[in-house]
Each structure stands twice: as structure tokens, then as C-alpha cells.
Design a protein around this ligand. Structure first.
Ligand code: NAD
Ligand code: MG
Length: 388
């Protein structure tokens, strides 16, 4: 017997949002979409809200409020706009919230969901990078539940023995290595936006695709893992596994290594988060090991991919440096996508902004936003000076 659960999809027009809609649609008896949000794409938001028969649709950019209202006129779907409406969306009593906004922009809404003790399927890793310790303290205080959606963290969540986390020797966070895994620095210096956006195994939003190409994505995921799981930083290792079939592994003190595998399709970890602690049936292509033939593994090259080193440094600092890493990276990725800087300038800008920042102990969430804002402005200034 199953009860219909209501879902709030933050970032419904994005890659994670659309995959979530797919999973929900495959189980109409179990899920009903209550709330949907997007940044600026009003037409798509309204279309999806109507198709899904949602109750509430929010456009984050208030400049599009009138457009949203007119697109929804004649329906009984409520329209909202701006940061407060995003918070209102997260505060609605939905059974599960999918946090699929990209970047630190998702932080206030995710916190609002945490503070009502919600079950949250969290894809929006940047929020954990910026404010992970504060968020996890709020999770404990308000009895919220975070189920990771990021495939590696979903894998770890699935194979981690929560009653024996002291018996974990290592987390092996796997990485595809991205489209430039085997490229020289000289070749990477001149890659185009299109080359960097073309991930070999996963189809994703623009920002995370660029992060995968610089391997900053794995750096952010290292910090994400350290926030989500009670395993010390030195015990979290990054392992390149180009096939992206093993989504991560946990090694225990007796030498046992538990892995979670699957085809690289985000609908699997999304379904796990939606269904948890149950499992939902998904009719996706199954792994065909004989045709895969071989798995391969490599150590990551932090010389060619300095983002991994920068993220570990930020994590070790124990204070505000991860916020600076993330903010500078968001600004640099946007500048690369806009054709203002080259590919290698992304990590270089992040390194420069981090070097100029004196690590501070984080006091509270407002402090996170202050540091985020300062780092964004420094990164903007740096990029304006060096832009082509
Ligand atoms: P995307 O760019 O495809 O979609 C982002 C969504 O967030 C869109 O709906 C957009 O309207 C909304 N959004 C963007 N900026 C916003 C803002 N300032 N305020 C409010 N809403 C805003 O991104 P995506 O690939 O779906 O990624 C979403 C998150 O999930 C990211 O944090 C990413 O790292 C993480 N993630 C994605 C994948 C994937 O396969 N796409 C895998 C693992 C983790
Ligand atoms: Mg991932």
C-alpha cells in the first residue's frame, strides 16, 4: 500500500528538476508535485506547473512576476516571485523537497526547508560547500533529513553503515575525470565553451559541466562528503574511474570495500532520494557488465587539475575558505561561459582569490553571505582586469 506524497521541486526547469519530474511521472500513484520554482524561464516554469497540476509556482527573479501571473491566469496555481517566495515554497508542508537550484543561490531556501524539519533530496552541493557545518547543525536541531542526490554521495549513503562509521577506513570518491582527463595543459589552455560543456558520461546543467571539466566538481564533492558523513577529511580520497559506473566506495577496517554501481543516469539517485527508505522501480537500461568489459582507475592529477588541491586546502582551513572557493568559482565559470576568460583562468582566478583571503571562523549564516558577497566582488574585479 502506498500513500501519495507531495513534492516541492526547487529548480524544476534544470537538469535535476527535469529528471525529478521524469521519476515522479513514472509513479503518479505515489507522488504529486505541489510546488515548482525556477530562476528566469517563466514560459517553461508555467508550462511545467500546468502540466504537473502544481499548486504553487515561484520565479526567483522578481522582474518576471507579471509574466508568470499572466502565464498562469485562468488556472488555480498560485504565483510567487523573489527570494521570499522561494522561502515560502520551501516552507510549504510538502513531504519531500528536491533542492535542485544551482549555486549558493539555493542556500536560504534549503535552510528554510531544514528549519521546518523537512526531508530534503539535496542536489545543490554548493550550499553544503558554503555552509555545510551550519546546515548540518540545523538539521540536527530541527530533525530534518538530508538524502544526497549527487550520485557519489547517494552511493556513499547507500553503502555506509551508519552504526559503524568509526569502522570506516576510507571513502573513495570516484570521478570520471571529465572531458579533458588525458589532455595536456597546453591543449586545455585553448578549449572552447562547447568542448568544455561536452561531458563524456553525464548530461547536466552548464555550471556543473564546466566544474566537471576543471574537476572543481570533485573538489566541491570532497567538501560535500566531509559535511554529510562523519569521516575525517584525510580519509576521503578521490579516485578517477573514467567509466562512471562505480559511483563511489566505502572501505572498512577489515578491508571490505562496498561499492554502489549503476548506469550514469541521475534518475537513479533521484529515485533513491524520493523513495527512501523504500526503493522505487525505474525501467532504465541495466548495466551490462560483459559489454562494459573493463573498469579502470587512476590517481587524480592535481598538477593539471589544481581545483582538487584548492578544494582540499579550503576544507582543511576549517573556516570561511570554502565559501571563497565556491563564490570565486561561480563567478569564474560564468565568465568562462560568457567568453570573457580562458578555461585555465577558472582555477587560476579561484586560487588568486583564495590566496588573498584570510580564513575566518564562521559565526552564522549571515556571515556566510557576507563572505560570499566579498569573494564574488573580488573575483569580478580580478576578471574585469584580466578579461580578454
Ligand atoms: P541547471 O542549470 O540545469 O538548473 C538549475 C536550476 O536552478 C534551474 O531550474 C534554474 O532556473 C534554477 N536557478 C538557477 N539560478 C537560480 C537562482 N539564482 N535562484 C533560483 N533558482 C535558480 O543545473 P543542474 O545541472 O540541474 O544542477 C543543479 C544542482 O544539482 C547543482 O548544484 C549541481 O551541482 C547539482 N547536481 C547536478 C547534477 C546533474 O546531473 N545535473 C548531478 C549532481 C549534482
Ligand atoms: Mg556528482
Amino acid at each position: 500500500m502506498s500513500v501519495t506524497k507531495s513534492v516541492c521541486i526547487m529548480g524544476v526547469t534544470g537538469s535535476i528538476g527535469k529528471s525529478t519530474v521524469d521519476v515522479v511521472r513514472a509513479h503518479p500513484d505515489r507522488y504529486r508535485v505541489d510546488t515548482v520554482t525556477a530562476h528566469r524561464n517563466v514560459a517553461e516554469l508555467a508550462r511545467m506547473a500546468i502540466e504537473l497540476d502544481a499548486r504553487f509556482a515561484v520565479i526567483a527573479d522578481p522582474a518576471f512576476f507579471d509574466d508568470l501571473k499572466s502565464a498562469l491566469s485562468g488556472t488555480d496555481i498560485d504565483a510567487g516571485a523573489g527570494e521570499n517566495a522561494l522561502i515560502e515554497a520551501a516552507e510549504r508542508p510538502c513531504d519531500i523537497v528536491i533542492a535542485g537550484i544551482v549555486g549558493a543561490a539555493g542556500l536560504r531556501a534549503t535552510l528554510a526547508a531544514i528549519r521546518r524539519g523537512a526531508i530534503i533530496g539535496l542536489a545543490n552541493k554548493e550550499t553544503l560547500v558554503c555552509a555545510g557545518e551550519l546546515m548540518m547543525a540545523e538539521v540536527r536541531k530541527f530533525g530534518a533529513t538530508i538524502i544526497p542526490v549527487d550520485s557519489e554521495h547517494s552511493a556513499i549513503f547507500q553503502v555506509l553503515d551508519r552504526d559503524a562509521t568509526d569502522k570506516v577506513e576510507r571513502i573513495l570518491l570516484t570521478a570520471s575525470g571529465g572531458p579533458f582527463r588525458t589532455w595536456s595543459m597546453a591543449d586545455m589552455a585553448s578549449v572552447s565553451r562547447e568542448q568544455a560543456l561536452a561531458h563524456p558520461n553525464w548530461s547536466m546543467g552548464a555550471k556543473i559541466s564546466i566544474d566537471s571539466a576543471t574537476m572543481m566538481n570533485k573538489g566541491l564533492e570532497l567538501i560535500e562528503a566531509a559535511r554529510l558523513f562523519p569521516v575525517p577529511e584525510p580519509q576521503i580520497e578521490i579516485l578517477v574511474h573514467p567509466q562512471s559506473v562505480i559511483h563511489s566506495m566505502v572501505e572498512y577496517v577489515d578491508g571490505s570495500v562496498l561499492a554502489q554501481m549503476g548506469t550514469p543516469d541521475m534518475r537513479t539517485p533521484i529515485a533513491y532520494a524520493l523513495g527512501w527508505p523504500d526503493r522505487l522501480e525505474l525501467r532504465l537500461p541495466r548495466l551490462d557488465f560483459a559489454s562494459i568489459g573493463q573498469f579502470s582507475f587512476e590517481a587524480p592529477d592535481t598538477g593539471r587539475f589544481p581545483a582538487i588541491r584548492l578544494a582540499r586546502e579550503a576544507l582543511r582551513s576549517g573556516g570561511s575558505l570554502p565559501i571563497v572557493l565556491n563564490a570565486a568559482n561561480e563567478v569564474a565559470v560564468a565568465a568562462f561561459l560568457a567568453g570573457r576568460i580562458g578555461f585555465l583562468d577558472i582555477a587560476k582566478s579561484v586560487e588568486h582569490i583564495m590566496a588573498a583571503h584570510a580564513d575566518e571562523k564562521l559565526l552564522d549564516i549571515d556571515h556566510v553571505f557576507v563572505i560570499d558577497d566579498i569573494a564574488r566582488r573580488s573575483a569580478e574585479d580580478l576578471i574585469s582586469q584580466t578579461a580578454r
